[in-house]
Design a binder for this molecule. Structure first.
Ligand SMILES: [Zn+2]
Length: 94
């Protein structure tokens, strides 16, 4: 059986492995967390589904601290949540 190889990454919220292109990369950049929409930025990265629920799970489980040695503050979590929602919507529209 021939299967096309799709790069997989694990979401730090739900811990499920998913195709990399379905996940959003988050990087720790100079002491701040940000979404890496290109997926190519330098720095430590972690992956998250485009589902704000996974973001909430990751925050609750302290996954950001564990993976990126940084925890987002409430303001950042809110902003990420809005951005993830926007990304999810634009992907669904494709
Ligand atoms: Zn997830």
């Amino acid at each position: 059986m021939i299967q096309k190889k799709v790069p997989m990454r694990r979401c730090i919220g739900c811990m499920e492995s998913k195709p990399k292109k379905d996940l959003i990369r988050i990087i720790a950049d100079e002491g701040a967390l940000r979404l890496d929409l290109s997926g190519k930025a330098n720095g430590r990265g972690a992956y998250l589904c485009t589902d704000p629920k996974c973001l909430a799970k990751a925050v609750k489980k302290n996954s950001f601290q564990r993976n990126l040695e940084l925890s987002p503050d409430a303001e950042t979590v809110k902003r990420f949540s809005e951005e993830l929602e926007r990304i999810a919507q634009s992907r669904n529209a494709e």
